[in-house]
Design a protein around this ligand. Structure first.
Ligand SMILES: Nc1ncnc2c1ncn2[C@@H]1O[C@H](COP(=O)(O)OP(=O)(O)O)[C@@H](O)[C@H]1O
Ligand SMILES: [Mg+2]
Length: 400
């Protein structure tokens, strides 16, 4: 998979950028606040259709442009996948609604045809690595859910569709729960939402079981290499509704040794449906759905120790590295293509050995873009293999 051309209009501090993209390695250099991260953000947006930095899409529109009643930020990208040329065009639009308030929306065009966001997912694959991603291991469970959703979504757009239908159903069910608490009424009104959540939820759980198991295999072997055989890495899926949970209410041992393969979709669906029914009284009392994929978690264990709780900075960094490299391998096996690798200022965070390991891998990938404020972190061999973009104030000055 290769990005061949990138064009940005009113995206962050780039009022206009038009560039071809080097075939292999691009090293993006420049001082702070010049636009290096924004370039990676624009590229990664083509894989996720949401920003890893911005709370809302509107933040991506250039400040000055945003002062106008109508404003558009645009990303246009040409890329080659499986030997075929494609183009994405994304428009983030500010317009005036009838009541005079600004309204924001986005349009996605693929090869000139307008498509929905879930249809657009999985077409352009990339893996992003930035220092803040340590949050995946040390942060709240929602960080880990976002991580796994992004990964699966990149290879399977139907997953993202199920996820969005699940979320809508969840919010409907929750409003109904609150309503039932305040006004009483017939609990059977919940049946429809319970069925929907069970159906979509089971799909999500199944996909997560498989993805986490497969990802673990890649990550464990890379991690073993990176730690020179010292650490054994496990990824453990900790589902909020666990089809393994015994009827006596005893939580099962939720570690990586559980083989979740033997469950099929229908079994999970009916078990989760039953559980939603059982939880009703309590859910009504709390005004929210207590169990389901919206409460799932993942544990990262090194030599049996939970890194989220006991991991050192160094361990968390190298685990993150293993995880990101595993993500590359996983996407490659799923799609047959190497995703584009995006690395934002990560080298400065790693020790010499890890830096070396990472750069070795970067050289082997098909295409990668890295940002840095400090070119000295790179070996001369690496620099020879890379094209260089110097960024200044939202403009690129290509140089070798
Ligand atoms: N919507 C926006 N419009 C214009 N400028 C923006 C917008 N969002 C961020 N910026 C500015 O863009 C600049 C580049 O940010 P960034 O890409 O993070 O730089 P770098 O990675 O080179 O340090 C910063 O000065 C930031 O304040
Ligand atoms: Mg930056």
């Amino acid at each position: 998979m290769k990005l061949s051309r990138l064009s940005l209009t009113n995206f962050r501090n780039f009022s206009r950028l038009e560039t071809s993209v080097p075939e292999n390695i691009t090293l993006i250099t420049g001082n702070n606040a010049q636009g290096k991260t924004s370039i990676l953000e624009a590229i990664y947006y083509l894989s996720t259709f949401s920003s890893f930095h911005a709370e809302r899409d509107r933040e991506l529109i250039n400040f000055l442009e945003l002062k106008n009643p109508i404003a558009v930020a645009r990303i246009v990208a040409d890329y080659v996948k499986a030997g075929q040329k494609h183009q994405f065009e994304i428009r983030i639009i500010k317009e005036q609604s009838k009541n005079g308030k600004p309204r924001f929306r986005k349009e996605i065009l693929h090869d000139g045809v307008k498509i929905k966001e879930w249809q657009a997912l999985g077409k352009f694959n990339s893996v992003m690595f930035l220092p803040q991603m340590m949050k995946i291991i040390e942060g709240s469970p929602s960080e880990r859910r976002r991580f796994i959703n992004t990964i699966i979504g990149q290879t399977n757009p139907h997953y993202s569709k199920s996820l969005s239908e699940y979320r809508k159903g969840l919010s409907q069910r929750n409003s109904l729960l609150k309503n039932l608490f305040e006004k009483r009424g017939d609990q059977d009104q919940l049946n429809f939402w319970d069925e929907l959540l069970a159906k979509k939820g089971a799909e999500i759980i199944m996909q997560r079981i498989t993805a986490i198991q497969e990802l673990e295999q890649f990550a464990a072997s890379i991690h073993n290499e990176l730690t020179r055989g010292k650490e054994i890495l496990h990824l453990a899926y900790v589902p909020s509704f666990d089809p393994h949970k015994k009827d006596d209410g005893q939580a099962s041992m939720m570690n990586a040794t559980i083989n979740r393969d033997k469950y099929d979709l229908k079994q999970i669906e009916s078990a989760y449906y039953e559980q939603l029914q059982k939880n009703r009284t309590e859910d009504i009392y709390r005004g929210q759905t207590s169990q389901g994929p919206h409460r799932d978690d993942i544990e990262f264990l090194s030599n049996g120790i939970n890194l989220g709780v006991y991991g050192s900075r160094g361990q968390i960094r190298s685990t993150m590295l293993s995880l990101k490299l595993a993500e590359m391998d996983w996407i490659k096996t799923k799609t047959g293509e190497w995703p584009v690798l995006l690395l934002d200022e990560v080298l400065a965070e790693l020790d010499d050995d890890r830096r070396h390991d990472l750069l070795d891998r970067v050289i082997k990938t098909e295409q990668s873009l890295l940002t840095t404020t400090d070119v000295k972190l790179f070996s001369s061999e690496f620099l020879e293999n890379a094209e260089r973009w110097q960024i200044q104030d939202g403009e690129i000055i290509p140089s070798k």
